[in-house]
Write a protein that binds this ligand. Structure first.
Ligand SMILES: Nc1ncnc2c1ncn2[C@@H]1O[C@H](COP(=O)(O)OP(=O)(O)OP(=O)(O)O)[C@@H](O)[C@H]1O
Length: 220
């Protein structure tokens, strides 16, 4: 589903942020991506969603070499990847409900077919009462939960989440982890970047991908 072969990434003329990174992610698998601040977790995720190009090496997503993809093919592939960004990236001119429903609209689904689904997920993440609000009036934790709901709603083939529990309390973090685990059990490959050791300890079956000094170490 996803593989990196000897991938290197350098920003400008600085040192290599990622060096000889090789790994693969199987369909329906679950992994945490961890490592110290600045180790390159966000950069690695940006490579996966093709927002960045590697300086060297090969990246393939859903069996396609990303270097050979045309723009419209990249757009099509991104529709199959759910992403929880560190800075949420909610659209301010849409309500919370509309933000969460957006991936389904983009897939061409009729509102009547997803209204109940979106409402249920909003309730699960504790945003049932906030569904008609603009994202600008939400707290950091609420924005984070809205962005998680938006990434999950279309049951993507691959889900990437960058510090998805960074703004919520431990109880809510456990609830959010349960959502990711359920999604994984229903067939999505999940990669969660996190510093939160207690979160990782709650799901010991997960692989751990650890970035340190530009290199990736894998613990099965
Ligand atoms: N656009 C950029 N231009 C130049 N350097 C960058 C850019 N983005 C990231 N970097 C550098 O690349 C390195 C890795 O950053 P990255 O954000 O990927 O790390 P991270 O592991 O996600 O960190 P954190 O846990 O703090 O979010 C850092 O040294 C950072 O300064």
């Amino acid at each position: 589903m996803l593989s990196f072969e000897n991938v290197g990434l350098r920003y400008g003329v600085g040192p290599e942020t990622l060096r000889d990174v090789s790994f693969s992610v199987a369909p329906r698998s679950f992994q945490f991506l961890t490592g110290p601040s600045g180790a390159g977790k966000t950069s690695l995720m940006r490579l996966i969603i093709m927002a960045l190009k590697p300086t060297r090496g090969l990246i393939s997503v859903f069996g396609r070499d990303t270097a050979t993809l045309a723009k419209d093919e990249i757009t099509e592939m991104r529709r199959q990847i759910g992403v929880v960004f560190q800075d949420f990236r909610l659209l301010d001119h849409l309500t919370v409900y509309e933000n969460v429903a957006l991936p389904l609209r983009v897939l061409g689904r009729e509102e009547a077919s997803y209204r109940a689904e979106v409402s249920e997920l909003l309730k699960w993440v504790g945003l049932g009462e906030r569904r008609h609000c603009a994202p600008s009036v939400l707290s950091g934790g609420e924005k984070q939960r809205a962005s998680i709901a938006r990434a999950l709603i279309s049951q993507p083939r691959l889900l990437l989440a960058d510090e998805p529990t960074g703004n919520v309390d431990p109880t809510l973090a456990r609830r959010i982890l349960r959502l990711f685990v359920e999604l994984h059990k229903s067939g999505t490959a999940v990669i969660i970047a996190t510093h939160d050791l207690s979160l990782m300890d709650q799901y010991e079956e997960a692989r751990r991908l650890v970035l340190a000094d530009g290199r990736l170490h894998i613990f099965e």
